[in-house]
Ligand binder design. Structure first.
Ligand code: COA
Length: 260
């Protein structure tokens, strides 16, 4: 499928989605959000793809935010709809994807860009990356889940400070805060993420999908995470992956998971 604002590449079991509007620092406009939804949906259905890397084109930005030019004259009703729709089709969608998504933050991740990175299952940053939620400097608040996911990742006090000051933090501080898991050189960023994705792809994709669901249950007030875990754990026992994983262990060989 041909996209206008994103590139999708597949290499064996790993797919890389690159947000590709470098002249606008990869800002998320309506088309880009829709295309990302389509690409993630397709990749989740592709049983050969076991991990996805999300990054931005050029050395400057992952994503410099939602596209300000698109919402500058919105009404109250339109603003609410923008946030609700975006959360539904992209941010919550990515968070709940059963295929693991790694954000490779290659530069500015601001506003909707950081919110998108936070919706991914975990994050790796290049050493030149800068992250922040500067929305209050525009007279608005983060609307793509930022007020919820930032405190989950860095704690309430740090989230309050980052959002109230609108300050950017550098990659090292993001590492100290636990906002990113690793900081690597810009040149080595994709290779590092590919290695992590490769490691993930050796494991049971079915079990990983259940693990994502159970971990997300910890942050979802409408479900009991422990019950989610018990149910997901039980379901694993009915999978071919579980049979293969346990049999391979007993036969002292490497498991080859069928992914079902
Ligand atoms: N929405 C729309 N366009 C954006 C954008 C955004 N969030 N962020 C950057 N752009 C556009 C700029 O308007 C500019 O376009 P132009 O060349 O047609 O004028 C282009 O991307 C390059 O950005 P520029 O501001 O010239 O780069 P810079 O190096 O001087 O500054 C930033 C980089 C990231 C500090 C600056 O672009 C910025 O503050 N962006 C907005 C960040 C933000 O508030 N995000 C939250 C949105 S809710």
């Amino acid at each position: 499928m041909k996209y206008q604002n994103i590139l999708v590449e597949k290499d064996a079991a790993i797919a890389t989605i690159t947000i590709n509007r470098p002249t606008k620092l990869n800002a998320l406009n309506r088309v880009t959000i829709k295309e990302l939804n389509q690409a993630f949906s397709k990749l989740e259905k592709d049983k050969n793809i076991l991990a996805i890397i999300l990054t931005g084109s050029s050395e400057k930005a992952f994503v410099a935010g939602a596209d300000i030019s698109e919402f500058a004259d919105f009404s109250v009703k339109e603003g609410k709809k923008l946030a609700a729709k975006g959360q539904e089709i992209l941010f919550d969608f990515v968070e709940n994807l059963s295929t693991p998504v790694i954000a490779a933050i290659n530069g500015f991740a601001l506003g909707g860009g950081l919110e998108l990175a936070m919706a991914c299952h975990f994050r790796v940053a290049s050493d030149n990356a800068k992250m922040g939620l500067p929305e209050v400097s525009l007279g608005v608040i983060p609307g793509y889940g930022g007020t919820q996911r930032l405190p989950q990742l860095v704690g309430k006090g740090r989230a309050m400070e980052m959002i109230m000051t609108a300050n950017m933090i550098d990659a090292q501080r993001a590492l100290d805060y636990g906002l990113v898991n690793h900081v690597v050189s810009q040149n080595g960023l994709l290779e590092f993420c590919q290695k992590l994705a490769g490691k993930i792809s050796n494991n049971s994709s079915v079990a990983i999908g259940y693990a994502i669901k159970a971990i997300n249950g910890c942050f979802n007030n409408s479900v009991n995470g422990f019950s989610t875990e018990i149910n997901a754990f039980g379901k694993c026992f009915g999978t071919a992956d579980f049979k293969e994983g346990t049999t391979a262990f007993m036969e002292k060989r490497k498991a080859h998971f069928p992914g079902k």
